[in-house]
Ligand binder design. Sequence first.
Ligand code: DX5
Ligand code: ZN
Length: 218
Amino acid sequence: MIAPSLLSADFARLGAEAQRVADADWLHFDVMDAHFVPNLTFGLPVLQALQKVSPVPLDCHLMIENPERWAPGYAEAGARNVTVHAEACTDPRAVARDIRAAGALAGLAIKPGTSLDGYLDVLEDFDTLLVMTVEPGFGGQAFMPEVLPKVRRARELVESGHLTLFVEVDGGIAADTIEQAAEAGADVFVAGSAVYGADDPAKAIAALRARAAAAFSG
Ligand code: DX5
Ligand code: ZN
């Protein structure tokens, strides 16, 4: 699945920007609070407004402190998937339970420096693992191939039946990096600048999807 990130869209025309990627699978919505990450974007009222007009299911990536307090609201608003950061949660299982109870898929995100080891048990309660392939906070950064062993490990756990998860990658995904991520076993690809920075976002999505499908080993 290809999930364009609105972080690289024109914030003055968010509804129209969602329409421009109508053939995407998920629309990635990066919530930043200027505390968990050193940047500030948009939050629940914007998600609620966008939910009414987006032709694509919304994929919320909460880069915020105290996600326990906010994550269920995004699910109640109708988001398809709500992802919280492992580093920000005191009880990831409880957050997953609340997100699912509110009707969304539950995702757990890990920063490049965070090991998967400490979270293997709690992942049973999640639907999505988001492996950050840049440091969270900004679009347009360089892809970090050194995190791909975590993608590979997650894919093995899914293939062996130990976990049922989407394995999502986020950061620096473009035509020249998506194959490595797909080959490692990712099946959801967030792309901000590679989609919204292109002259024709629909064409960029199709090209990314074709490259990923050809390389996916899962
Ligand atoms: C970064 C965000 C990403 C960002 C990716 O913290 O989580 O979703 O939009 O942007 P690109 O694809 O430009 O690296
Ligand atoms: Zn993101």
